[in-house]
Write a protein that binds this ligand. Structure first.
Ligand SMILES: [Fe+2]
Length: 280
């Protein structure tokens, strides 16, 4: 219950030594084989399905342990990606974008973030804004962000401006720098940081060569709608432009359906992208 209550109350949970030494080495070797993922929006590394399959039992039991009645229930494991500082990964404060564009909600969405290369446990982590800190410092703002995504924060003259990168404009302006309410869990290789999809997070620093595995899980039963998909703004358009084949596949599914479940959308859109962009 600790994991589930941490996710409910704070939005994150640290699972120390989640991967063993052998598993860490397998992922390090996989990363070293250097495959680029098919997403031009970020410089991500591709995780081999076979290596991910070797920890499937571990991932599945993790999902079982995060489930809470009617509160947080991911039921589907997605693929994995590597986030490496040496590849230019350096994000400022944000809620994730593409998962919100595709899945349309971060309810039941979990990011399982596991450093596999990390020279120093106090550096190059992920900084986060815990939910209880949001509720204490800016409870009205948090109501706008809960289960949402596609937000970016910019601090200027002691204020934080948070943009709506899904439909445009600004969500809110805070009268304090967002860093003031942040925390940075210190992680070693193999430690898992479990993060809800609606958590604000940023790269702590890029001073060390850190590589993290990130596996996403969500609930395939949520409904996605054509209306949500068609809402857009400059930032969302830029993401669509960088990842054209995936978004055009999703668009063609929505031409035929005004709404369907996430699971149905992904099955249909993956079938289209596999037809149009076969693996070489
Ligand atoms: Fe992110």
């Amino acid at each position: 219950m600790t994991i589930a209550s941490d996710l409910t109350n704070r939005g994150f949970h640290v699972f120390k030594q989640w991967l063993n030494e052998g598993e860490i080495t397998d992922f390090q070797d996989d990363y070293a084989s250097d495959k680029a993922i098919d997403n031009n929006a970020y410089a991500l590394g591709k995780v081999s399905p076979q290596v991910l399959l070797s920890i499937k039992g571990k991932l599945t039991s993790l999902l079982e342990s995060v489930k809470t009645e009617h509160v947080f229930a991911p039921n589907h494991l997605g693929g994995g990606a590597y986030f490496a500082t040496e590849k230019g990964i350096d994000f400022d404060w944000h809620q994730d974008h593409e998962s919100l564009f595709i899945q349309q909600t971060h309810q039941d969405y979990l990011n399982i973030y596991v450093p596999i290369l990390k020279p120093n446990h106090t550096q190059s982590n992920l900084s986060i804004i815990p939910i209880d800190s949001w509720k204490a410092a800016a409870p009205e703002a948090w109501k706008l962000f809960e289960w949402q995504g596609a937000s970016s924060a910019r601090t200027e003259n002691g204020k934080t401006h948070i943009s709506n990168d899904h439909s445009g404009g600004e969500r809110v302006t805070l009268n304090f720098p967002i860093d003031e309410i942040s925390e940075t869990p210190c992680l070693n290789p193999g430690d898992a940081l479990l993060l809800r999809g609606d958590m604000f997070h940023k790269t702590q620093d890029t001073q060390t060569n850190r590589v993290a595995l990130s596996v996403r899980a969500w609930n395939n039963r949520h409904t996605v709608t054509r209306d949500h998909f068609l809402q857009t703004c400059e930032v969302k358009n830029a993401f669509k432009e960088k990842n054209k084949s995936m978004y055009s596949a999703i668009a063609s599914v929505f031409e035929a359906h005004s709404q369907l479940t996430i699971g149905e959308l992904l099955v249909r859109s993956n079938a289209i992208t596999q037809q149009t962009t076969p693996d070489p």
